[in-house]
Design a protein. Sequence first.
Length: 210
Amino acid sequence: MDPAPRLAVLISGGGSTLQNLLDRIADGTLPVEIAVVVSSRADVFGLERAHRAGVPALTVVRKAHADIEHFNDALHAALEPFAVDLVVLAGFLSLFQPRARYAGRVMNIHPALIPAFCGAGFYGDKVHQAVIESGVRVSGCTVHFADDHYDHGPIILQGTVPVLDDDSAETLAERVHALERELYPEAIRLWAAGRLHIEGRRVRILPPPE
C-alpha cells in the first residue's frame, strides 16, 4: 500500500479548519497525513490543536519579516524537512507563494463564490458583510488551487447557501462554515485519489478508477 500523502496545514488563528481535517483523518474518511502545521502568528489556539493531535507545529511570524518575499523564504525553509505533498491553507491570512516547488500543490478555501467577494482584504466576516450589503441572494464557498495572488487559481469545487433577509455576517458565516467542512475534505480526497487535473484555468475532476 502506498504511504498516505503528506500535508502541511498553514494557519493564522483558532484552527477550526485544521480540526475538521484532523477529525476526518481520525475517522478514516480522509486518507492523508498532516505532517506539519505552520502558523503565521504565535499563541493561537490552532497550534494547541496540533500539539494535542501529536502533529509537529511551527511558527513563522509574518511581522518578523520585512516583506512577503522574505516571509515566504522562511515558510519554504520551514516546510523543507517535512517532504510535503500538498500545502493546505486553512485560514492563513498572508500570501503563500507556491514557487516552483509547490506549483499546483497548494489548496485554499474562500468563504464566497470566487471571483466575487475575494482578493486582498476579503476574509472572515468582512466577506459575509460585503455579501449581505450587496443584496445577492446566494453565497457559498470555493475550494481552489492557490497561486501567487489572493483567492486566485483554478477552482476545484464550489457550493452555495442562501442569503436570507434577516442574515447577519455571523449567521451567514455559520451556514458557509458548515459547507466548508464538507467541501474542503472532499477536494483533498479527490486530489489524494489523483482525480484532479489542472487544465489552464480549469480543474477537470476525473472519474474514479474502475
